[in-house]
Design a protein around this ligand. Structure first.
Ligand SMILES: Nc1ncnc2c1ncn2[C@@H]1O[C@H](COP(=O)(O)OP(=O)(O)OP(=O)(O)O)[C@@H](O)[C@H]1O
Ligand SMILES: Nc1nc2c(c(=O)[nH]1)N=C(CO)CN2
Ligand SMILES: [Mg+2]
Length: 239
């Protein structure tokens, strides 16, 4: 999605959630400064790294994630796909000994698992926003092979491919990387969250709070937008 079109949705999101554009921009600046010092990936670098396939699987942290992983292990040759995990979904992949090629995160998933995936070769797409400035500042230097994103106007080394939550941004990223087919696993949306998304949940699944429900509605809306507007075949295993 072009930034011009994104900026209309972005304004709506800022109003709807009460987020501060200035804080988003500050976070973007912090991430950009770190990446300038430490080095980072460009979209072209990442395109080359995952250039072995134009078929992608995006893993979200919804209640079907484990069941979808089993289905994929039994019926798909995962080596033929670029595997992209959205934040908390990385933990389920680590549990199943699957190495994602890319992790898309705003650094609130299980960090040990994201670091482990990074050590095992995953590239990490770190998203800076107004509510993760401290995490961006403190944690980014621990990762290698990082590409930075922002939901505000892109600055310096950072990109904005469109999208809001880690899951739908992972789909926009796959489109930017030239995907012809994207399979969605664990992308249930709806009103139930899992321990992969909310590590402090007492059970494996539980009700999403109001903010999370609203986030998941945007995630679904952007996923539908991609299906309707981009030249890519989307198959949601949930449907
Ligand atoms: N039912 C669901 N529960 C949680 N995540 C889901 C669900 N369905 C789809 N997803 C996708 O899985 C992604 C990864 O989940 P996770 O909760 O780690 O992400 P997040 O974007 O950091 O959310 P938050 O800001 O609420 O922490 C989400 O961004 C979302 O797009
Ligand atoms: N400022 C701000 N931006 C976000 C947030 C958030 O909690 N605060 N959560 C997101 C993904 O779920 C994406 N963007
Ligand atoms: Mg996250």
């Amino acid at each position: 999605m072009e930034f011009g079109q994104w900026s209309i949705y972005y304004k709506e999101i800022l109003d709807d959630f009460g987020f501060s554009r200035e804080d988003d921009e500050k976070s973007a600046q912090v991430l950009d400064e770190i990446l300038s010092e430490e080095g980072c990936l460009t979209l072209e670098d990442l395109s080359k790294i995952v250039g072995f396939s134009d078929r992608f699987i995006v893993f979200g942290a919804g209640p079907s994630l484990k069941e979808h992983i089993q289905l994929l292990l039994e019926n798909y040759d995962l080596k033929e796909y670029v595997l992209v995990s959205a934040d908390g979904a990385t933990t389920a992949m680590v549990e199943e000994r699957i190495s994602p090629d890319i992790v898309v995160t705003d650094l609130d998933g299980n960090l040990d698992d994201i670091l482990l995936a990074n050590l095992r070769g995953a590239n990490v797409v770190i998203h800076a926003h107004g509510d993760n400035i401290t995490k961006v500042a403190q944690l980014t230097p621990f990762f290698t092979n990082v590409l930075g994103t922002t939901q505000a106007q892109p600055v310096g080394n950072l990109y904005n491919f469109g999208g809001f939550t880690d899951g739908d941004r992972a789909i926009f990223l796959a489109v930017a990387l030239g995907a012809s087919e994207i399979t969605l696993a664990g992308m249930d949306f709806g009103e139930i969250v899992t321990k992969y998304s909310r590590p402090n949940l007492p059970d494996i699944v539980g009700p999403a709070d109001e903010v999370k429900r609203k986030k998941l509605q945007y995630a679904e809306e952007f996923t539908n937008w991609i299906e309707e507007n981009e030249n890519v075949k989307i198959t949601n295993l949930k449907e």
